[in-house]
Structure formats: structure tokens, C-alpha cells
Write a protein that binds this ligand. Structure first.
Ligand code: ADP
Ligand code: ZN
Ligand code: ZN
Length: 707
């Protein structure tokens, strides 16, 4: 009698809906297959690493023709809870299981040719592991917590037992949230086996938090996982998390997908931060997956922020999440004052006849220039925030404050240059796709001089260097600090006082304590406030509150701290008005109202269908055809809105042009079913995610955070 064959189904990192069947030669491989096992298999003329998701004794394909698994990774199989998470993510984000699991596995484990050497490597690494002394800092013990923090900790500890809890910990920057959740984790980690996951948005913030976590848990093993950690270190850290050897897993979004068999609690720090959203491949939200994971594992998850995302804030307000607030600053420093500089007020501008005015006078107000000079004289540092991202600009009228708004759906329409959407330049709405001609005159006041918002921000940086040649200017952005070490070094420069003016993107505003800041300036707030993206105001507000937190840190016990100056043409805008009062809840309530009226998220759910082609026209046609097919099949019901395709905000990317289509529904299930259908529809004519007939590359994105 012939033995029954062993057939395993393996998923690979390919945009293919199913896995592949392989034969398993137990004798050659030395063991029986297990679900979750990482294996090396033949694929086409080469080979690939994949994960076993099914074991059986038959195949839909001809058994004779199946290829055989080459080898098994020297690694325990991924546990069933992790596979459940991956399955959910794959379904929810409409990406294949393989594409979801494999990118979450560190490179070291995906190089099958080197698997043989891994056990030896691990041994060596273990031997070399001299306890590296990381300077611990910032231990605030339970006894040292202030009364507010004590209460918050008590609330966290009150509710124990094996059940899911989602908790929003809201409190202004510096109110001592970190000190609270680290003490909370300390009580959970009293159980020797327990593992906790601590997510941070940016790799630049990990060294600082790492030192702090060290101070609390000198005896625990911590695995640090982010893209700045070397391949080998990451591979080992991941293994330590998976085997339960590491109790604390600290990392950026990708760490949310780490196998952790004894996971007991999750903290998502700065939960509102957009970097939790993966922007490539399976475009998951690490925060949302962490919540799913906590729910699945019946454990608590704490979301911490000074400026919660509207989604989280509404859940807490409605009582769906527990709500814990910390409203006092831990060390009693006052919040800094916010000054709005109205750019339309002549008093703030250099006058025409002013011979002493700098050449760059059109780029910066006199009021701000004076403030920078004053900070320099006082030997205080200035932080100048600039957003370099290329947004398609909104059109505005300097005379009466008119802004180009969509007549159909109340979001702002943006300019597209001639040739992008037809022969002439046009305005288009990135939400509903409406295209309209550019008005010759302001529709409200007749002024013929309409300008795009935020023009000239690129030149600003240079202008600052020219205007204060004596100052030591440092530029900080993601390019100048690709590596965590690079960023650390830059921040060190600021701390040591080697710089007078720091010009940079929002990353300088995040999470760092600076001691000698005299001034924080925001120069291009308007272009971020009024933008095609309806979340722009929420982002800007969160960022400005963060910045305000930074500026205020130096002041101790009520001492006047650094000033914040924002140049704007629209000082009456609600974002600024709430900011002046440091009224986070007021702003969020206002925003919730706006979204409800426009039926935008969180009052509806969205997805984007992306298309990338050699020409924009082709991409748009592709999406229009898709829309036509949905219509023909009667999919466009009252529950589902499918808008018109529009060019992507940053259109040209390396020789290709992109367009997108917004799909919206108030019903999650309807949206899910539609997306699955679209996936099937597009796959019929595609190889992976490239259309065979039109060569267009397409992608489905669920819950986009930028449109
Ligand atoms: P948040 O996470 O809300 O920004 P942190 O926990 O980082 O706040 O606290 C801000 C600063 O105040 C840190 O430098 C921290 O060490 C310090 N701090 C926090 N709690 C206390 C406390 N109870 N007593 C003294 N200093 C504290
Ligand atoms: Zn006007
Ligand atoms: Zn519109």
C-alpha cells in the first residue's frame, strides 16, 4: 500500500489570491509539517520563502506534478493567534495573505540560503552579548506620581481580569502620560512570563523611550523593532519576541505584527499619528490592527495622546472606550501663548518704502522677522516649521478670503496644471472628482488677483539662511536623518545649543524635550489648513498642539515659556481659535460636527482604488471603466457612493502618473463586499496587480488617511 501523500499549502509574498500546493517529504525534511511553519519552496525557475497555512493529504492539482518543499526555517511555527491577525488583515485590507504575512517577517528569516548558518549566528550573538549599558533615565515611581497620575493609574489597575478593554489616555503634552502607562505596564510585567507591546510612531522617538523603559525595567529583556535597527538585530529581536524571551517589545508600526505568545497589554503612544498607517503593500493601520489584536486576545490596549484622532476621541466620548484624562502638566509648566500673525494686516508687513527691509520680505512678515532676531539676541533657539510635501494648492482671494470650495461636497478643490486634466488648468475636488474651470475673478468680490495658497514655501528655507547669515541654521527632515542615529545626532546638536535656528518638517516637533527654545514659528499653516484632504485641519491642529507642548517644556513652575507664532491669512479660522484656547475637545467636537454634516469619516467608511499608468488619461479611463462596470451590475445603491476619478495629489512619480477613485459607504459590510468584488473584477484581467490589457497597476486601499 502506498502511503498517503502530505500536501501543504504555502502562501508567498505575491499579489496572488491563493497559496500554492507542495508535497512534503517528511523523511527528507526530518519532521511533519505544521501550520505557521516558514519554508523554502521552488517557485517558477527559482525559489521563494513562504508560510504553510494548510496541511492535507490531497490537492486540487495533479499530485504527480506538485513540487516538493526544499527546507524548513530554523524557527518555531507562527502561532495561531498571529495567523488569525494576519488573516483578518488580509481580508480587511483586501490583500493576499502572503503579501500580508511575509513583509512582517524580518529579512534575516527570509534568506533560505543562510538558514543553515543561523543557529551558529545566534550562538555567537548570545556570547557577544555583553550587557550593553544603556543610560537609563526618567524613572518616576508609583510613589512619585502626582495626584492626577495616581488616579489615572488607579483607574487602569482597577479593572483587571482577562477581558478586552480599549482605553484612551488623553492629556496635554508633558502631563505625564508616559509615566502613567509605564507604571501600569510595571504591574502587568510582575508576571514573569507576560509580554507587552509598546508602539511608537517614529523611529526617532524610540531611543528616548528606550532609555526610559530601561529605567523602569532594568531586568527585563526588551526587543526593539523598527527599520533603523540592523537586519540581524531585528531578526534576533523578532525571534526573542516570538519565543517569549523578550517581555517588552518596543517598536514602530511593523512591530504591531510581531508574534508574541504571552501578550498581556498593548500601548499605542501618540495614537493619532499618521505614521501608524502603512503606505505600501498591505496598507494597514497598526493602531487599528493592535486594537483588533487586543480584542482577539482579550487584553487591554491603551491609546495615548494629547490630540487623539477623531475616531478614538469619539469612541471615548461615546463610552465605547474607557476614558482617562490627565489635564495638569506633570511639572506645572504653563502652556505657551500662541500668537497669530495676520498676514493681511499691513502692520505685520514690511512697508513698501522700507529701505532696511530684507530682499526676502515677501516671504516672511516683519513681525516674525523681528521675533526671530529677538530670540537670536536673547541666545534662545528658534524652531521654524515648514512642510515640504508637494500638495496640489487651493486657490484663494487675498482681498476677501474666498477659497475654492467644491460646490458638491464642501471639501476644497485644488489646482491642476494645464495638461493634467484636459488642455487647461482646472480645479478639481479630490473627494467627489468634480472638475471646474478656474475663475478669472474672485466669485465673491471680483478681485482678479487669485493666488494659490502656500506658494513660495520652498524658497522660505533659503530666505531664512540669507536673512540671518550670522545664525547657525540646522535643517532637519526625514532625508537628513534617515537613520535613527542620524536623527539622534541632529537632536543632540540642538540640545547642546550648537544651533540657533532649526528649520524643519514636523519631525522636529515630535516628542523631544528642548530646553532653550525661545520661539516656534509656523509659516505655511494656511496651505495645510485648506487642502484637498479633509483631514488636513485635524493634522495641522494636532501638530500645532504638539509644537506648543515642545515650546512650553522649558518653563518650570509657571515661568513664561517660549512663544509660538503662526503666520496666517485666516486668523479667524476655528482651528486657530481653538488652538489659542488650547481647547482640544472643542476642536474635536467642532470637527466631528463638520464631518457628520458632510457624511465624511468617521461617519462613513472610505476606500481608494489607485491606478498608476504611463499617462494620467489612461489611469483615469481605467478607473472610469471600473466605475461603469459597478454601475452596470447595479452596485451603486444608496448605500454606496462611487465618485469620479481624480489625479493623485503628488502626481508624477518616476515616469508614471497616478489617479484615484473614492468609494464611500456608511455601511462597513457593504464597503467590504464591494471591495472584494472589485478585487475579483480587476484580477480577471491582471497578472498580480497589473492589468494585462492596459498595463495599469492598480491597488485597493481601505481606510485611507489621505485623499
Ligand atoms: P507625556 O507622556 O504626557 O508627554 P511624560 O510622562 O513624558 O508626559 O512627562 C513629562 C515630563 O515630566 C517628563 O520629563 C517626565 O519625566 C516628567 N514627569 C512625569 N511625571 C512626573 C512626576 N510625577 N513628577 C515629576 N516629573 C514628572
Ligand atoms: Zn475675493
Ligand atoms: Zn467635491
Amino acid at each position: 500500500m502506498i502511503d498517503k501523500p502530505i500536501v501543504v499549502q504555502v502562501v508567498l509574498d505575491k499579489p496572488l489570491a491563493q497559496g500554492f500546493d507542495y508535497l512534503w517529504d517528511a523523511q527528507k525534511l526530518g519532521k511533519l509539517p505544521e501550520i505557521g511553519q516558514l519554508v523554502d519552496v521552488p517557485f517558477g525557475r527559482s525559489k521563494a520563502v513562504g508560510v504553510v497555512i494548510k496541511v492535507s493529504d490531497h490537492s486540487e492539482f495533479d499530485i504527480e506534478k506538485l513540487k516538493t518543499v526544499n527546507q524548513i526555517a530554523p524557527l518555531p511555527p507562527l502561532d495561531s493567534a498571529l495567523l488569525a491577525l494576519m488573516n483578518f488583515a488580509s481580508q480587511y485590507y483586501v490583500h493576499s495573505l502572503g503579501e500580508t504575512i511575509l513583509p512582517a517577517i524580518p529579512q534575516m528569516w527570509k534568506k533560505a540560503d543562510e538558514w543553515e548558518k543561523i543557529p551558529r549566528k545566534l550562538e555567537l550573538a548570545e556570547k557577544k552579548k555583553i550587557k550593553k549599558e544603556i543610560a537609563a533615565e526618567g524613572l518616576i515611581t508609583e510613589a512619585q506620581l502626582n495626584p492626577n497620575q495616581k488616579q489615572a493609574l488607579q483607574d487602569l489597575l482597577n479593572n483587571t481580569g482577562q477581558s478586552f478593554r480599549a482605553i484612551l489616555l488623553q492629556g496635554q503634552t508633558g502631563s505625564g502620560k508616559t509615566a502613567v502607562f509605564l507604571n501600569w505596564l510595571a504591574s502587568i510585567l510582575k508576571d514573569e512570563k507576560a509580554q507587552v507591546l509598546l508602539l511608537v510612531p517614529e523611529i526617532n522617538l524610540t531611543p528616548q523611550l528606550e532609555r526610559r523603559v530601561r529605567a523602569y525595567f532594568p531586568d527585563k529583556t526588551m526587543a526593539v523593532l523598527h527599520s533603523g535597527v540592523s537586519e540581524k538585530k531585528r531578526g534576533i529581536a523578532w525571534l526573542e519576541a516570538m519565543t517569549g524571551k523578550a517581555q517588552i517589545i518596543l517598536g514602530t508600526r511593523l512591530a504591531a505584527l510581531t508574534p508574541m505568545p504571552n501578550l498581556r497589554a498593548i500601548v499605542v503612544d501618540e495614537e493619532h499619528d499618521p505614521s501608524y498607517k502603512q503606505q505600501e503593500g498591505t496598507r494597514y493601520s497598526a493602531r487599528d490592527l493592535a486594537i483588533w489584536r487586543a480584542h482577539d486576545r482579550k487584553i487591554p490596549i491603551l491609546l495615548s495622546s494629547a490630540t487623539p484622532s477623531l475616531e478614538t476621541w469619539m469612541a471615548a466620548q461615546a463610552g465605547r472606550y474607557e476614558y482617562i484624562r490627565l489635564d495638569q502638566r506633570a511639572r506645572g509648566a504653563s502652556l505657551p501663548r500662541v500668537h497669530l500673525i495676520n498676514t493681511r494686516d499691513p502692520q505685520n508687513q514690511f512697508s513698501h518704502g522700507d529701505v532696511s527691509a530684507p530682499k526676502e520680505k515677501s516671504l516672511i512678515t516683519k513681525t516674525l522677522a523681528n521675533a526671530i532676531s529677538k530670540a537670536l539676541e536673547a541666545k534662545k533657539q528658534s524652531l521654524i516649521l515648514i512642510n515640504r510635501r508637494g500638495y496640489a494648492p487651493v486657490l484663494s482671494c487675498n482681498a476677501c478670503n474666498w477659497l475654492s470650495k467644491c460646490t458638491q461636497c464642501s471639501t476644497y478643490t485644488v489646482m491642476h496644471k494645464a495638461g493634467a486634466l484636459g488642455r487647461r488648468a482646472v480645479l478639481s475636488c479630490h473627494h467627489c472628482g468634480l472638475v471646474s474651470p478656474i475663475p478669472n475673478h474672485c466669485p465673491d468680490c471680483g478681485n482678479a488677483d487669485l493666488k494659490t495658497l502656500g506658494h513660495g514655501t520652498q524658497k522660505l528655507e533659503d530666505a531664512i539662511e540669507k536673512m540671518w547669515p550670522q545664525a547657525r541654521v540646522l535643517r532637519v527632515d526625514t532625508d537628513s536623518s534617515r537613520k535613527s542615529k542620524g536623527a539622534e545626532a541632529l537632536f543632540q546638536e540642538i540640545h547642546e545649543g550648537n544651533v540657533d535656528i532649526v528649520v524643519g518638517t514636523q519631525m522636529i516637533a515630535k516628542g523631544h524635550d528642548y530646553q532653550n527654545i525661545g520661539l516656534v514659528a509656523v509659516l505655511d499653516a494656511d496651505s495645510r489648513l485648506y487642502s484637498a484632504d479633509f483631514r488636513a485641519a485635524e493634522r495641522l491642529f494636532a501638530q500645532l498642539v504638539q509644537v506648543a507642548g515642545r515650546a512650553g517644556r522649558s518653563g518650570v513652575d509657571g515661568e513664561e515659556s517660549g512663544a509660538i507664532m503662526i503666520e496666517t491669512q485666516y486668523p479667524e479660522s476655528p482651528v486657530f481659535q481653538y488652538l489659542l484656547r488650547h481647547d482640544v475637545d472643542g476642536f474635536l467636537a467642532f470637527t466631528a460636527n463638520e464631518r457628520e454634516e458632510a457624511a465624511l469619516p468617521p461617519y462613513s467608511y472610505q476606500a481608494l482604488i489607485h491606478a498608476e499608468a504611463k499617462s494620467l488619461e489612461k489611469a483615469i479611463r481605467f478607473l472610469n471603466e471600473l466605475k461603469g462596470r459597478l454601475k452596470n451590475r447595479g452596485m451603486m445603491t444608496r448605500e454606496l457612493r462611487v465618485y469620479d476619478p481624480v489625479p493623485k495629489p503628488v502626481m508624477r512619480v518616476a515616469g508614471s502618473e497616478r489617479a484615484q477613485l473614492v468609494i464611500e459607504s456608511a455601511n462597513r459590510k457593504v464597503l467590504q463586499e464591494t471591495l472584494e468584488m472589485i478585487d475579483q473584477d480587476l484580477r480577471q484581467d491582471s497578472q498580480g496587480r497589473i492589468s494585462k490589457t492596459s498595463r495599469i497597476r492598480w491597488l485597493i486601499e481601505r481606510d485611507p488617511i489621505a485623499i
